[in-house]
Design a protein around this ligand. Structure first.
Ligand code: AMP
Ligand code: GLY
Length: 424
């Protein structure tokens, strides 16, 4: 087989981890990334094309003889990038537009779960204030109000009173929370428990779960403050016993892939199940149509198998024949963010300490840029550190040790990533 020219689409820590892992493959001749970031540019050639510029991405692939496109974020998936690339005869890793609706529309995914008996919170879908309010008044709190469409983590409002809930419904429908994504909304029952992310490779028929991980969504220690894109993760997850993971496969992953096939939306790529481990058992909080961020930064470092081989097997429907192996080592990832995130923050601060990182620790850039040869901050989540250990405690000590070496003005990170696992 000739070596491949690959284009990775995206610019976050997840994409840095994907590029890092792909770069170890012997099957690759050249890696490009659109648009990438300062960290990615040390491994791949970055090209300034935005992730939602579908035509621009297809044109680039045609002009540069790209063999395979790997799509990182959800937006281009829901805009149909994979469909357009396939039309142009270019292989693409990720679900088609119709399959990506599993993330792009919460109403679609909730209806799918209901129709196929996949465990999830009770819910209703609404287009108008009156019926949404009536539904909310009939149920017990706390209430969860979700904008239907993509909202970059801002579309979920958890309300403790009915007044707050009615206010949330109005704001979502008026477009004040998530713009057009809130033209339709989902109101659902609040689920209490511990969260778990299970990502799986999926070739349309066969699913192969990756090692489980747990994200930390809130900005402050002890899960306080507003939701973010994710402030850190760890893998493995002690609560995710082999028995529990078998249940996730049997009750969630397999039925979902079968449901998507029956609906005429065969699913290829990564299926991400965001789960709540409730007293009544596992329930799906949401699906994502892609790798998670920061989950990818702890899952891929534990992957032994060549990622390019896995992606080709997914595209060619050969997952069943592939043996995928994982490292025993534990991995934790801590995100360093700009002060003020997830609210407003300042960009452009120089980052120091990046030269002193030992080889056994990985630094993945999220929002960074190069300015006159200096790496500077360029986003809310700026970078993250992934460290290994024989167990989670050891990996945690190592990660926090390295965090101290990296500095920029107003840098912020959580100090309790993986504490939940260690307390167990
Ligand atoms: P989602 O985008 O649907 O995953 O929601 C984002 C976050 O909101 C989840 O990771 C949970 O922390 C929280 N969340 C969403 N739905 C519920 C629910 N029904 N009950 C409790 N928390 C929820
Ligand atoms: N870590 C959550 C997500 O990727 O959506």
């Amino acid at each position: 087989m000739d070596k491949l020219q690959i284009l990775l689409v995206g610019s976050g820590g997840r994409e840095h981890a994907l590029v890092w892992k792909l770069s170890q493959s012997s099957k690759i001749a050249k890696l490009y990334c659109a648009p990438g970031n300062a960290g990615i540019s040390s491994i791949a050639e970055c090209v300034p094309i935005k992730v939602d510029d579908i035509q621009g991405l297809v044109d680039f692939c045609n002009q540069n003889k790209i063999d395979l496109v790997v799509v990182g974020p959800e937006l281009p998936l829901t805009l149909g990038l994979v469909d357009e690339l396939e039309k142009a005869g270019i292989k693409a890793f990720g679900p088609t537009k119709k399959a990506a609706e599993i993330e792009g529309s919460k109403a679609f995914s909730k209806d799918l779960m209901k129709k196929y008996g996949i465990p999830t919170a009770d819910y209703g879908v609404f287009y108008d204030l009156e019926s949404a309010r009536n539904f909310a008044r009939e149920m017990k709190g706390p209430w969860v109000v979700k904008a239907d469409g993509l909202a970059a983590g801002k579309g979920v409002l958890i309300c403790s009173t009915i007044e707050e809930t009615e206010d949330a419904i109005e704001k979502v429908l008026r477009g004040e929370v998530a713009g057009q994504a809130g033209e339709k909304l989902v109101i659902e029952e609040f689920l209490a428990g511990e969260e778990l992310s299970v990502l799986a490779f999926c070739d349309g028929k066969t699913i192969v779960p990756m090692v489980p991980s747990q994200d930390h969504k809130r900005i402050y220690d002890n899960d306080k403050g507003p939701n973010t894109g994710g402030m850190g993760a760890y893998s493995p997850v002690p609560v995710a016993t082999p028995e529990l993971l078998k249940e996730v496969e049997e009750k969630v992953l397999i039925p979902t892939v079968q449901a998507m096939e029956q609906e005429g939306r065969p699913y290829k790529g990564v299926l991400y199940a965001g789960l709540m481990l409730t007293k009544e058992g596992i329930k799906v909080l949401e699906y994502n149509a892609r790798f998670g961020d920061p989950e990818t930064q702890v899952v891929l470092p534990r992957l032994d198998t060549d990622l390019c081989d896995i992606m080709l097997a997914v595209l060619e429907g050969r997952l069943q024949d592939l043996n995928i192996s994982w490292k025993q080592a534990a991995c934790i990832n801590v995100v360093m963010a700009s002060g003020g995130y997830p609210g407003s923050y300042t960009k452009g601060y120089p980052i120091s300490g990046l030269e002193e990182i030992p080889e056994d620790v990985l630094v993945f850039h999220s929002g960074t840029a190069l300015k006159e040869g200096q790496v500077v901050t360029a986003g809310g989540r700026v970078l993250s550190v992934s460290a290994f250990g024989e167990d989670i405690k050891q990996a945690q000590v190592r990660a926090y040790d390295i965090m101290k070496k990296i500095t920029f003005k107003d840098a912020y990170y959580r100090k309790d990533i993986a504490n939940k696992a260690i307390k167990r």
